[in-house]
Design a protein around this ligand. Structure first.
Ligand code: IMP
Ligand code: MG
Length: 369
């Protein structure tokens, strides 16, 4: 059984948190695209874990984690990431598998990407130059550079991940695919050219893992959407706040700074036109709405929706905000204003909302039956 978690905006929707929550029920968590441009933050018992190249699954001892050939990997950075998590008590022995066919990010890719930081607001992690060299058929694969003499630390993890996952699926094990970035940063479906250099939708999971489409017949595709919108880097953002005060308040309330680069994120309202598109492209079956607690510091919140019949002129829908105590554990505990906001999103996208996030901790993710 294979399920997929993907981002529905411009990244940083909280995919890491949702993957961490769900992964308790899975045998495998798999990254199938992107690289260390990603930044997934998870809080467990007040401890903060950030992963970049590694799947969020590494935080759960029962889960085996995989990085496939669809990813680009900087050997120096991933070794550092592994060592940092080892210091936090995470054991990788026999539970991390990295494709020997993943594309290598080299030092010259990093140098080259410096100019893209200015041009596109890229993370500077060498992602674009590495993927370009892959498609130009001149990139190194991890299997070429990981030897006993250099990057030896990675040697025990290197394998054929396609075969590994194929066999796991045949044995009926449960596999969760963890998307990085999001549809609006996708090389084909995003706001080109202000995008990343990999395909970031659920549709790339078969190609990025090498598993045949027939294995995805019953997959749930879980779309993660933040209760408002953020974007980091350059490019269009139709619902961006025009009010610096509001930007400041919500950015602080939501801790909206890049997990990879520390840059302040651009802030805006939820965009229903954009969200409907994102659900359609990914074939979303279930939604997870994160960070609803952040909006509780405002009196009113808004959703941009040009389809909304009540207000065809400017297409904004107003909602009164809500108050939370931090003790809410079930859907029934939640204030009606918050439920109205969630129901609106569910109705307008036609997707079932299965999870809502009302705080940072694992137990502040509420499952809706
Ligand atoms: P690159 O992927 O580093 O080339 O960056 C291209 C664009 O995607 C820039 O606007 C980045 O800020 C953005 N981006 C890349 N990865 C992420 C991510 O994980 N979260 C949010 N934005 C990202
Ligand atoms: Mg992130």
């Amino acid at each position: 059984m294979i399920d997929i978690v993907v981002g529905l905006q411009w990244g940083d929707e909280g995919k890491g948190k949702i993957t961490d929550y769900l992964s308790e029920e899975y045998d495998w968590v798999v990254r199938y695209q992107g690289g260390s441009n990603a930044g997934h933050t998870v809080y467990v018992d007040g401890k903060k874990y950030v992963t970049h190249s590694l799947p969020t699954g590494v935080i759960r001892p029962n889960v085996r984690s995989v990085i496939t050939h669809g990813c680009v990997v900087n050997p120096e950075e991933i070794i550092k990431e592994i060592e940092e998590l080892e210091q936090l008590g995470i054991d990788f022995t026999d539970r991390l598998f990295i494709s020997k066919d993943a594309t290598v990010i080299t030092r010259s890719h990093l140098i080259e990407d410096e100019k893209n930081k200015i041009k596109w607001g890229s993370t500077g992690k060498g992602i674009g130059p590495a993927y370009r060299d892959k498609y130009d058929r001149k990139a190194f694969k991890l299997g070429d550079v990981v030897t006993e003499h250099c990057y030896a630390k990675l040697l025990p993890f290197l394998t054929n991940t396609r075969e590994l996952l194929y066999d796991a699926e045949i044995r009926d094990e449960k596999i969760l695919m963890e998307g990085a970035q999001a549809v609006m940063l996708d090389i084909d479906f995003g706001t080109y050219p202000y995008v990343t250099s990999s395909p970031c939708t659920a549709n790339y999971a078969p190609q990025g893992t090498g598993l045949p489409l027939s294995m995805f017949g019953d997959s749930s595709v879980i779309g993660v959407v933040k209760a408002y919108t953020t974007r980091i880097g350059t490019g269009p953002f139709p619902t961006e706040f025009q009010d610096d005060g509001l930007t400041e308040i919500l950015r602080e309330a939501g801790g909206e700074y890049g997990a990879t680069t520390g840059r302040p994120r651009r802030m805006g309202w939820l965009d229903m036109d954009q969200l409907r598109y994102a659900c359609e492209v990914n074939g979303i079956t279930n939604l997870a709405i994160t960070k609803l607690d952040v909006l509780s510091c405002l009196e009113y919140v808004y959703i941009k929706d040009s389809d909304d019949a009540d207000d065809p002129h400017n297409g904004w829908v107003q909602f009164p905000s809500w108050e939370l105590t931090g003790e809410e554990k079930t859907w029934d505990d939640l204030p009606f204003e918050l439920k109205d906001y969630v129901s609106y999103i569910s109705n307008e996208t036609g997707c079932l909302v299965s999870m809502v996030g009302v705080g940072q901790n694992r137990d502040q993710l509420i499952w809706i039956e």
